[in-house]
Write a protein that binds this ligand. Structure first.
Ligand code: 6GU
Length: 229
């Protein structure tokens, strides 16, 4: 199975590089992920290929017009049937690991990147199936948020990570942060690696890791522990 992600953007150049390296590159070369960026300008209106306009009621800031985005969606829908048509917006549902897990099980996803004041509300009512934010801060456009989400989703597709278990051990997958990790040398400037990790005792190591994960979560993200109650 392959996850196909289409992304509608007015700045497609912003999405040139993020998927061409490292794990997402591998996901695509293994045929597990396919990311396709569509330039909204191609669906712009008139000879200027207009895609935004002043907002009704007045006020500063442009609004992305309904028709170009609608035309783009209709055209893309002829090719594939989307499990979700997602509008990337700071007032959407906040992305978390659980949502990334669910989205990674889909086959076709369409992402729409907002700009300016956002898109005409009628698209949100009639065409969008889901609205997602990557956190409580405002970016100048949805592209970087879309790249973050595609990364979070893409690495979860079965077969993308070499060690099939490694995504399961990520921070957040079990509601905890990941344990501390160390590599050689065992002594760096007198800063020592915990003895237990050098001991070869698997059970003791596993125990230490669980303890480390719990301690870090308590210290850095106590809210994650509250959520479980
Ligand atoms: Cl999805 N878009 C924008 N413009 N800003 C954001 C965001 C999305 N998520 C967090 N901030």
């Amino acid at each position: 199975m392959i996850l196909h992600i289409d992304i509608i953007s007015i700045v497609p150049e912003l999405l040139d590089s993020p998927f061409r390296h490292s794990i997402l590159q591998r996901a695509q070369s293994r045929g597990l992920l396919n990311v396709n960026v569509i330039d909204l300008r191609a669906y712009g209106l008139g000879k200027n290929r207009q895609i935004d306009d002043y907002q009704y009621g007045g006020g500063a800031g442009m609004v992305m017009m309904a028709e170009p985005i609608y035309l783009a969606i209709q055209t893309l829908k002829k090719e594939r049937s989307y499990d979700e048509i997602i509008y990337m917006t700071p007032d959407g549902e906040k992305l978390n690991q659980q949502m990334a897990n669910q989205l990674s099980l889909h086959e076709n996803i369409l992402l729409i990147c907002g700009h300016y004041k956002g898109i005409d509300e009628r698209l949100r009512e009639h065409c969008i199936t889901r609205e997602i934010s990557i956190g409580d801060y405002v970016l100048s456009g949805g592209e970087l948020a879309a790249a973050v989400m595609v990364d979070a989703i893409g690495r979860l597709i079965p077969g993308v990570l070499n060690d099939e278990t490694s995504a399961l051990l990520d921070s957040f997958q079990d509601g905890l942060l990941s344990p501390a990790v160390y590599t050689r040398p065992a002594d760096f400037l007198g800063w020592k690696v915990p003895d237990v990790l050098l001991s070869g005792h698997e059970a003791a190591i596993e125990n230490w890791r669980e303890q480390s994960a719990l301690e870090r979560t308590q210290k850095k993200r106590p809210d994650l522990l509250d959520d479980e109650l």
